[in-house]
Design a protein around this ligand. Structure first.
Ligand SMILES: [Zn+2]
Ligand SMILES: [Zn+2]
Length: 738
């Protein structure tokens, strides 16, 4: 092959042809990162295609190869091209998401400190000349650096150049070289204890689902299965046996779980079945660990990958099965950074590209997935029975208005919940209490001007943390310690008033109500340190506490057989969010939380405290009636034209200067209105739910229409974005408010 067509980062729809110099022929593969001249300037791009001839002649030669020519497996390269178009993101940035940082910087296995050039060869040659007399040691190092392809081990470099570490350091300080560290061969699973489990006997519902999944796997056809199984119905056992089948016929498997559920509990369960074949990917891995795991997968040594969102990009050879557990989870969507991809959608797409079987599972499937199943796009399997002997918990709703009246003001616990806690504590059973707010008090406000103390940098009230006696911002970490005695705004001499309840306060009041009760609290404050998350879960699982209080962290996927009572202290705030997914989110959360009760041999009870006892979402969640909720929700979505009956694009513009930010958002909006057809509705520019974060004003608008393609096409060319402004294009955002 003597020619290649190359796509540049920013214009992937227009490939350019180049000739391949003889020395690189046969080495340049599809997806290779190359440097090519465009109008006499060098640009980086990727090889899209190899070809015998070019319609444009003469063409210029490829100037350089920037990375290992076969770094990106072909299926991932195709995926990257698709994502660049669909998510309206430069290819380079997509590849940054797909490939781990350690792989992109070309670190290799078992290396410790790796030195790389930060300048082109030409520039280094210049420096080398200059330094020859002044600093021969540094010149010697540069000589070596000019000989290597991409970089060299520090130890090797020092040996060859006979220079000292300090000479290397000064070259790094000058910005000519760069050094990166890698830990050697550290498997993230090392040292973890586990006990072996054997495949369990399936009940008829599970067996039927597995049978159909097996036939998809064996026929090597792209097919998506949605397993709708109540909490505790044994979805995981179906996953495990499906994986076994895939492995028996030589296929690779990717299994996605929400980051929060990627606990030792989950990993152990999989590891015990598929010893030695598992790779685990999550954000707590060091660069070196991640690099090792990536290569193990790429070489086909690890046949099963378990990981959070980005594990969907694993370079698994012969990919045959992709599982997305808790497919409704919002953490599968990357919303804070482009490409704003949805890992569940990527899983289905990779399945299609690789003729693989895709398995989505949830107790509360997303409205979109269930809609796809109802239209026959996905195969639906319903698991109604709880596996083993466990039965669904009894759920009751407690109206808090009369409780407040009884307490002559305010109370955190209804009588029913208090009695329930007392009863379980006396019997030695465990209780889980859920509250979606951390801290002690959620606001400190002035009785005079009625304003809460706000963060200086964000549009958010500060939360009081008693343990630190400080107010803190949950968006940017800004702290005010100790809290102000008087109002900063109106200077009223009257004392300020704390309001709103967080997990920390609940913990303290339980200890006051039940002296001697052992409480554990799990929220972002108590899990800040590495391993603390696992430690808390283990402590609770082994009976070292009577009550576990927590935020949504405790709602998901945990299995505690001794828990017989779950209390939801208050989740009304989330229902009042102006977001079309608010009810769905609350329904899912309540169902998940309720599902933590009665997973062992004792029956479970759930108590939901609310000021909206008649709200249908709360009632349907209490009744654990997903189908009724789906029927109600899908009607609303259709009536108001929300997904899955339309597609949404959210454009968020942020900047320090409010009027400049708004002006740019308005300009883009006008542009879209002008260019889009009448089927598209461009909603007004509004402040985001977080109107200001870290000093940046955030303005956004939504576009709604039959597909996102035409919107992306226009947004791709919005022209130069003013300096100091940031634009984020979110295709099918998970929230229309934040
Ligand atoms: Zn005031
Ligand atoms: Zn802040």
């Amino acid at each position: 092959m003597t020619f290649v067509s190359v796509v540049l980062d920013l214009a992937i729809d227009k490939a350019l042809d180049y000739s391949v110099p003889p020395e690189w022929q046969g080495k340049l593969l599809r997806g290779a990162h190359v440097e090519v001249p465009v109008r006499n300037k060098m640009h980086s791009g990727y090889v899209l295609e190899l070809k015998e001839s070019s319609c444009f002649s003469p063409v210029k030669p490829v100037h350089g190869i920037l990375a290992d020519a076969d770094l990106i497996p072909p299926d991932l390269f195709d995926l990257a091209l698709w994502m660049a178009r669909y998510y309206c993101t430069p290819l380079r940035q997509v590849l940054k998401t797909i490939l781990p940082a350690s792989i992109r910087s070309h670190m290799e296995h078992k290396q410790q400190l790796f030195v790389m050039r930060l300048k082109t060869r030409e520039e280094l040659q210049e420096y080398c000349k200059e330094m020859r007399n002044r600093s021969p040691a540094q010149a010697a190092i540069l000589d070596e650096m000019l000989l290597v392809k991409k970089g060299i081990l520090l130890t090797e470099l020092l040996e060859k150049s006979k220079a000292s570490r300090s000479s290397v350091k000064s070259l790094i300080a000058k910005g000519l070289l760069q050094v990166d560290s890698v830990r050697i061969d550290r498997s993230p699973l090392e040292g973890a204890e586990y006990c072996r489990t054997k495949p369990k006997k399936l009940n008829p519902e599970q067996a039927k689902a597995l049978q159909e999944i097996k036939s998809s796997l064996e026929s090597r056809m792209f097919e998506t299965h949605l397993i709708h199984g109540v909490t505790g119905s044994g979805k995981t056992e179906v996953y495990l046996q499906a994986i076994e089948t895939a492995l028996q016929i030589g296929q690779g498997v990717i299994m996605l779980v929400p980051e929060i559920a990627l606990t030792q509990q989950t990993i152990e369960r999989f590891r015990s079945r598929f010893e030695g074949k598992i790779a685990v990917l999550h954000y707590r891995l060091s660069h070196g660990e991640r690099c090792d795991e990536w290569h193990r997968i790429r070489r086909g040594e690890a046949k099963v990958v378990i990981g959070a969102r980005s594990a969907v990009f694993s370079p698994m050879p012969n990919l045959g099965l992709i599982i997305v557990d808790e497919e409704h989870e919002h953490s599968y969507k990357q919303g804070d950074e482009m490409p704003c991809y949805q890992a569940r959608d990527i899983a289905v797409l990779r399945g299609k590209m690789n003729k693989a079987t895709v398995l989505l599972g949830s107790a509360t499937p997303s409205i979109e997935s269930h809609y796809n199943a109802s239209r026959g796009k996905y195969k639906l399997h319903t698991l109604k029975a709880r596996a083993d002997t466990a039965s669904l918990p009894v759920v009751s709703i407690v109206d808090m208005a009369p409780e407040f009246a009884k307490a002559r003001g305010f109370t955190n616990f209804s009588e029913k919940l208090l009695e329930g806690i007392k009863d379980r504590w006396q019997k030695g059973e465990q209780v889980l209490l859920f509250l979606n707010r951390r801290g002690y008090h959620t606001t400190l406000f002035c009785k005079e001007c009625k304003k809460a103390v706000q963060c200086q940098h964000c549009d958010l009230s500060l939360t009081y943390h008693m343990h630190e006696n400080a107010l803190s911002c949950h968006l940017c970490g800004y702290r005010m310690a100790p809290p102000p005695k008087a109002c900063i705004r109106c200077r009223s001499p009257n004392p300020m008033k704390f309001q709103g309840v967080g997990t920390e306060l609940i913990e303290k009041s339980l200890q006051a109500l039940f002296p001697g009760v052992r409480c554990l609290r799990m929220d972002a404050d108590t899990t800040r340190h590495k391993g603390s998350h696992q430690r808390l879960l283990r402590a609770f699982a082994t009976g070292k506490a009577d009550i576990l209080i927590g935020t949504q962290m405790i709602a998901k996927g945990l299995h505690f057989p001794q828990v017989t009572l779950v209390g939801v202290l208050n989740s009304d705030a989330s229902l009042n969010m102006p977001d079309f997914r608010a009810s769905e989110g609350v329904f899912q959360l309540l169902t998940q939380v309720a599902g933590r009760a009665g997973r062992g041999e004792f029956p479970g009870e759930v108590i939901i405290q609310t000021f909206m006892p008649d709200n249908s979402t709360i009632q349907l969640a209490a009744a654990q009636d997903y189908n009724a909720f789906y029927r109600e929700e899908i009607k609303i979505r259709e009536a108001f034209g929300y997904p899955p009956f339309s597609q949404l694009v959210k454009l968020l513009v942020s900047g320090e200067n409010e009027s400049q930010t708004k002006a740019f958002a308005e300009k883009v909006r006008r542009d879209l209105i002008q260019k889009l057809t009448k089927e598209y509705e461009v909603l007004p520019v509004l402040p985001s739910g977080y109107a200001r974060v870290k000093g940046q004003y955030r303005l956004q608008f939504l576009v709604r229409g039959p597909s996102t393609g035409p919107v992306s096409k226009i947004l791709e060319n919005i022209g130069p974005i003013p300096k100091k402004l940031r634009v984020r294009i979110d295709i099918n955002p998970s929230s229309t408010y934040f």
